[in-house]
Ligand binder design. Sequence first.
Ligand code: PLP
Length: 374
Amino acid sequence: MSQIYLDNAATTSVRPEVVNEMIKVLTNDFGNPSSTYAVGRHSKALIESARKMIAQQFGVSSSEIIFTSCGTEGNNWIIRSCVRDLGVKRIITTRMEHHCTLYAVQQMAKEYGTQIDYVKVLENSEIDYEHLEELLQDEKPTLISLMHVNNEVGTVLDLRRVANLAQKYQALFHSDTVQSIGKTELPFDEIPVDFAVASAHKFHGPKGIGFVFIRKKNILKPLIVGGEQEKGLRAGTEAPHQVVGMAKALELSYLHLNNDRNKIVSLKEYCKSRLQETFDNIAFNGCDEAFYNVLNIRLPFSPEKAAMMLFQLDMKGIAVSRGSACQSGSQKPSHVLAEFLNENELQKPSLRVSFGHENTKEEIDYFIEVLKTV
Ligand code: PLP
């Protein structure tokens, strides 16, 4: 077998239709979208129709979608601007967020003295919703920043429940939806989140492009200043091929969602049961209701084996991850697993397998055969 890619939470392949759209734009539409003559106006029109298409997927208005370079930028921007420009004095979050949220929040404590309250995480990796409500009793201007789907263990936040709590206590609610946009329905016309964040490379689009959803009533100020692009909210010449590629990828993700999801759900079930019949004492980190494409496996191997495991899998052409991609080269225990596993459990090697619509049962069989030889 050649390459077996089981790390779709780190990034995804670009769909061929997306590549074709991007090539068309790169070939034909080089105009600067800010230029007022025809080639510029044409590039601008491509960007605006992509924005409209994206907004429609979530039932929101085009003016509420702003393009960024990636999920990291989106999360940083929202957190910083809420503190700097919207008067937020306290952020409620967890220690299980992606590092771009975790560090952005910590930075706000350093620079602005923002109070940080961490919601308790339960043994099954879900947040303690009652603790969240207790924290909200304190009437400070608050931003709740909680990710929708955890990138390492797939724990799913009840977005509606948190959005309703945020409304009840007049807090702002930002959700890092990088792992769920394009992979599940997100009707923002019904779920009252204030801010959401997307990154195209997680849903079979290009790298280097993302967007944020900012509900109309919240007036953020830019992180990057300069020209008037994106209504002055995100300066810098737009990249029409990236934007068009992202819109196409999102459109296809939602078009194929039911089929792809059914396929991935059954692949994950298959992988789980094959692992259980192959290894005694295998365990799965996180809760049973984890998001359908992520499986975090705790192997009954010694810690010494753990160090070499990824390398051995890589040698056999298998791409999986120990945690989030930015940490996969490090031997530090995952900050996510450390939140809810005990010392004993943390000693065991854990692997994150994340599936995509291109994976097959044969690939999973091969992965398990290789794992047996580790
Ligand atoms: N948030 C989550 C949950 C992620 O999984 C990632 C990427 O791994 C990011 C944010 C960062 O996104 P990007 O790679 O587009 O900067």
